[in-house]
Design a protein around this ligand. Structure first.
Ligand code: AMP
Ligand code: MG
Length: 490
């Protein structure tokens, strides 16, 4: 069926069909005098929406919170979570409204507004999101997707002149985001740690039935639940390997921000690193560095322990739970090794490659070499032009020595240089969503100009492909970029 308006979308609101304990039905508080700053045709395609519909008043009304999604069932979900290592109790969608679940041509997608007003879970918050953080969220989902990393997507960015008080006065915006599900580790903790095993069971059955149907067949009384934990463990381990190998820091890896589907979720003070620092902290609010870059893999496992702790309400056998979590580290090591081998131009990950990677990261750290360029410029070094790579390091002899080791390692494989270099260029991005690029897009957006967002979405959708004329988007950050501070305030 061709879709010519939102009412033509087929909906199937499966989360809303869960018992009322899981959410509160409510209406958003629409933005005043909203303007559609950007609509994302690539995400729209996932639900079969043609560009013509994105330009309609109805689309703006739905994405600004003024009208419900036709066929939808608007609600805010409850969840709990551990924040910075501490049990925080009930949280929930404090500024998110699930509009409904749309049946797309290749699967279902939930549509959710972020920033459309207070909910019963807002606590002290105002239910709003500022333009600055909304642009960052809008771009990040698409940047991750372009890198092939599981993530929520962004459909629309609506802005308004409505003032919102943060450290300074800013203006409000609403992002419409999409995911097959927004269920979090914290959704499980909410029932598991509040002594409601019957609701935990319902949630687990829902998640297994809809997203992990293969787990249903696992033998034993607790087979399906353990299989679910195992699948989530694997996806989380692989997600952490994905983040590590592109220099991404999430910034707020609390259990309420951990997707049960292994998606990158809730983009706040995230960052793609410029100068590599192994203990880089992207969130200005995270003084202890709990979620520093080099701690992300262990934070992922810590969070899985909290998920397992929630499932303990249904599975008394702690050894069985722990046994499943023991699979995390090998899965992470395997995924990280495979990705790194590809980035470094090896056909296979083999004994000894680990020290090659460790030594490169150590060298990059000591020299504060740019993360993205350090990998991207390796392919030129393989082709014989080592200068660009070496220029990233103050200690050039050390960089040169490391490069010789890499080339010697390559020589142990039977593979043509051109083929190897091309494979490296297909995996090491030329363009990433550097903080200063996001900042420039924010500044333009504040003037009502979405052209930088357009440009970034074009580059980041296919980040490994060189685009003549867009060289400055691949350059080292300007000096002022060091002064950008990102905090939880959004
Ligand atoms: P975060 O760590 O930013 O994903 O948010 C933690 C919790 O605070 C979640 O339950 C959010 O819904 C809630 N929250 C964050 N900002 C606001 C806000 N401005 N208004 C209401 N709730 C908020
Ligand atoms: Mg959150």
């Amino acid at each position: 069926m061709t879709i010519s308006c939102l009412a033509d979308l087929a909906t199937d609101n499966t989360f809303a069909a869960l018992p009322a304990d899981f959410y509160t039905r409510l209406s958003p508080r629409p933005l005043q005098a909203p303007r559609l700053l950007h609509a994302n045709a690539a995400a729209a395609e996932l639900i079969g929406l043609p560009p013509s519909v994105l330009a309609t008043p109805q689309f703006l009304a739905v994405c600004s919170g003024a009208a419900p999604l036709p066929g939808g069932d608007t609600l805010s979900a409850v969840y709990s979570g551990h924040q910075f290592g501490v049990w925080a109790g009930q949280l929930g969608d404090g500024r998110a409204h699930l509009l409904g679940e749309v049946q797309g041509p290749a699967g279902n997608w939930e549509l959710q507004l972020k920033g459309a007003g207070r909910t019963p879970y807002s606590r002290m918050g105002d239910g709003r999101a500022v333009l600055r953080s909304s642009v960052r969220e809008y771009l990040a989902g698409e940047a991750m997707h372009g890198l092939g990393i599981p993530t929520t997507r962004a459909l629309a960015l609506v802005v308004s002149d409505e003032p919102v008080a943060r450290e300074t006065m800013e203006t409000a915006a609403v992002v419409t985001r999409m995911a097959p599900s927004f269920v979090r580790f914290g959704s499980f903790e909410h029932w598991g740690l509040n002594d409601r095993p019957e609701l935990l069971r319902i949630l687990a059955d829902y998640v297994i039935g809809k997203f992990y149907p293969e787990c249903r067949e696992a033998p034993g009384e607790h087979g399906p639940l353990l299989a679910l934990l195992e699948a989530v463990t694997r996806r989380t381990a692989r997600l952490m390997a994905d983040w590590q190998t592109v220099g991404f820091c999430h910034g707020v890896m609390n259990t309420d921000n951990m997707s049960i589907l292994g998606l990158t979720l809730d983009y706040g003070p995230y960052g793609f690193m410029d100068a590599f620092q192994t203990d880089h902290i992207c969130n200005h609010t995270d003084a202890q560095g709990r979620y520093a870059w080099n701690r992300q893999p262990s934070a992922g496992l810590w969070n899985l322990y909290r998920l397992a702790g929630a499932l303990h309400a249904l599975i008394p056998d702690t050894d069985a739970l722990r046994g499943v979590l023991d699979g995390y580290e090998p899965e992470f090591a395997d995924a990280f090794g495979k990705r790194m081998a590809t980035k470094l131009g090896m056909a296979q990950w083999q004994e000894g490659d680990e020290s090659l990677v460790d030594d490169l990261l150590r060298l990059m750290h000591a020299n504060r070499a740019d993360f993205t360029l350090s990998f991207r410029r390796l392919s030129d070094a393989v082709r014989g032009a080592q200068q660009g790579f070496l220029d990233l390091f103050i200690d050039r002899p050390a960089a040169q020595a490391w490069l010789q080791r890499l080339l010697a390692r390559h020589a142990s494989e039977d593979r043509a240089t051109a083929e190897r270099a091309a494979a490296m260029d297909r995996t090491n991005p030329r363009y990433v969503l550097r903080n200063h690029l996001a900042e420039l897009a924010i500044r333009s957006a504040q003037e009502g100009d979405a052209s930088e967002i357009d440009t970034l979405l074009m580059l980041l959708a296919d980040p490994c492909t060189d685009r003549p004329g867009f060289e400055r988007y691949a350059n080292l950050p300007p000096d002022w970029a060091a002064g950008i501070e990102v905090s939880c305030s959004s």
